[in-house]
Structures are given as structure tokens and as C-alpha cells.
Write a protein that binds this ligand. Sequence first.
Ligand code: GLU
Length: 477
Amino acid sequence: MVRTRFAPSPTGYLHVGGIRTALFAWLIARQAKGRFVLRLEDTDKKREVIGADQHIFDSLHALGIDYDEGPDSDGKFGPYKQSQRLDSYKLWAQKLIDIGRAYADPYSPDEVQQFREQAKNYKKPFLYRNHRPENPPKWDGSQPLRFKSDPKLYQWHDEVMGDLSTSPEVIDDFILIKSDGYPTYNFAHIIDDAEMKISHIIRGQEFLASIPNYLNLYEALGIKPPVMATVPHILNEIGNKKLSKRDGAKDVLDYINDGYNAEALVSFIATLGWNDGTKHEIFTRDELINKFDIKRVQRSGARFDEQRLKWVNGSFIRNMELDKLYLSSDTYWPKTANNYDDSYKKKVLDVVQERLKYLGELPKLTNFFFEELPVDLNLINSNKQLNKLPISELVSLLEKSRGTLSSSNFTVDDLTDKLNTLLEKTSQKPAVLFSLIRICTTWAPSSPGLADTLGIIGKEKSLARIDSSIEAIKASS
Ligand code: GLU
């Protein structure tokens, strides 16, 4: 039975890297019709953030990464929160003590620090086991409990990183249980994965260097290690360092709140460092479940490119049925849209659907359909085609446009005809004439196709806007 898990620490929000690990583990479980487990690793009390656990549940929920067992759902291997499993860790720790593979660390933190500095002075890597006490005291819980390692060479296979090997020097006596009574990640995750019957561990690169130590502990405990897959970091857009908050490593819920589609986010995150062997970049959830293969995850870091996310999301939006898109757009409209009915808003959505990258862009792309934007002559002055024309010419073009448009019934077909007639009449290029009409009927930096736009704004408003634009342009001379 394939059983995978996501094991976040409740120390902050879930960023894209964390979600990607969860998603890979989820895909493996769903593909194999296995189980996906959520376990909260809340043993670092100093770093714990209040509310982070709820935030983790919400983020997974928002992306449709459902878990079969977890702290807030059922399962027969619970509890699924490490702080509630302390008895279990004590039991296993006692087993290690009994077989002579764990001992109380008698040193104070200052003393350990001195050992560290000594090693540094000798330019040698620090190894605690070089200071292993000959007669350690009996462990009473007030000292850290350390693993008595058995350094040796390891060779193992990682599903992503391939065949790996390390020498005995990397193995040390690490802490199993801290003096505050909580286990370390290094110890707890091994016990939990075994007790929860986890078959595959998918986790981030930061744990790779510790795996030989884990293998040593698995051996001492007589536990068969699960299949391991170590996924590389997500890098910033340039690809020269790990993605950080500063590079836009946003909380995934922020993307949801900005109006990104969960399916698009899932597709984008799954393809951060994974492909199906073709150039395909967009996948539905079912396609991902069918095609995902952890062995095809690349070993080097994947670049986080927000432009690509926008492109992927835009593609999902374009392919959505208008009614469905409209339903999901509810909270994103500009405030002024409240005065308009569903059918008007749907028409607006229909004409911007093609260009919309995420719903949070709706106000910027559609405000002029709902309100009068202030005249902004900069839009004309900064337009390379228009700023060459004298004001008299701009005014004359607008007057001719008004004349011709006033005989239109403002259906898109008729507007298209009339606009073409105007091109002939004025002997102007579309880039000049249509830009001018567009700017003077919207006062926005961009809009959908001109006939579509005018058709929605309607005859009365369009002509009135041209009139006031003519006044404003004249007044500017
Ligand atoms: N609690 C660890 C973390 O949040 C999880 C590592 C793992 O997946 O095993 O970084």
C-alpha cells in the first residue's frame, strides 16, 4: 500500500516550495490509489506560530490537496500531531538506551560550543562523537538524549537524486530528544513514518545531507527505510538563489485571494521542475494524477517565474465557460460594478476573458465600463501615433467619428462597419484612428476590441464621452 505524507512544521505560512512537496506526495498517493497523510511537526516550540496549523489546512483545502488522515480528520495511526506523540518517542528512545545506542549528553551548551570552536581552530569539521563521554549519566530527561552512532559508509538510492553514497565522516551522534522533552525532527519523523506505515518520503533538499544519519538510526532501530525522494529547491526568477520572501515567495493563499484558479496553481506548481517528457506545460488534475512520475523530477532547482504562472492561469481562464468564470468572479469586480446587473457584467467579462490573467485584474481591466474615468491627456501625449498630430487634427478626427457613430445602432457588427467606413473617410490607419476613439471613450490604458467595447458602453455614453473629450482636448491648447 502506497502511503505518502506531508509533514509541515506550523512555523509560518505555506509557500510554493512547501505546497510543491505536498502536491508531489499527494500525486503519488492518488496515482497508486494509496493514502495521503498530513502530519503536523510541532516540536520546535520556539518557532511555532499561532494559527499556522489552520493556515496549513486552509491552504491544502484551497488547492484541493485532500488528505485521508490528518490532525483534523480520521485515521488509525494518529495522533497526527507530534506534540501528542511524546510517549511514543520516549518508548523508542528507551529501546535505544536499552540496547546501548542512546545516551544522556552531559555537557552544557557552552561546553558543546567550545568543542565546536576547537574543531574550527583545527580546521576540522565538528563531530560530537569525538567527545562522546565515557561514562554518561543516567538519562533523566533534563539532558539531551543523543544517538550513539555507528559511522559507516552508505550507498542508497534517491528517486530524484539517483544513486548516492557518503563516507563515515558525515555520521554523528545527533540529538534524539531535547532537554525540553520534545524530540528533534531527525528522530521523530523516523518513528512517525514507521508507525504511520509511510512508504515514500518526499521532502526538500535541506534534509539531503542528514540522510546518512537517518540511515544509521534506521539500522539501530531495525526499521526498513521508506523510499526516499529529495526535491531540489525552488529558485528565484533569475535562477541564482533559493526563492525567498523578497523574490515573491508568496503565501499560496495570497494567490487564491488574488483570484488565481486552484487548478491552474496546481498545474503550475506540479511543473516546477517536473515535465511529462513532452513540451506540454498545462495539465488538468486528472492528467497530473495519470502522468506524474517522481523519477522525472529534475535534480537542479526549478525557477519560479511569476509570468509563467500568469500565463498558465490566463490559459485556464480562457478555457473556462463564461458562466463558471462569472460565478468565480463575484468578489473581484470594481465597487462601481454593484450598480450593474449580471447580464451587463457577463458581457464585460466575455470581452475581457481572453486577456484576463487572474481575477484580481478585473478592476484594472474593466473599471471604465462602470464609471467615468477622468480625462488623462497623457494617454494621448504618450501615444507614438497620436502625439504627432496637431490638436486641430485630433478634434477633427473625433468630430467625424462622432458623426458616423451617431448613425450606428451600436451592435458589434454595425459598429465594425461604421469604424471601417471611418477609416476610409479619414484615410487614417487603425493604429491612429482606433487608438484615438478608444482612449476618448474609455480613458483607460487599454481595452478589449473597439467595437466590443463601444457595444457594451452603449451609444449614449460613448457619444457623451467623445463630446467631453473634444472639449478637454480643445481646452488643452
Ligand atoms: N517538518 C519538516 C519541515 O517542515 C518536514 C520535513 C519532511 O517532509 O520530512 O521542514
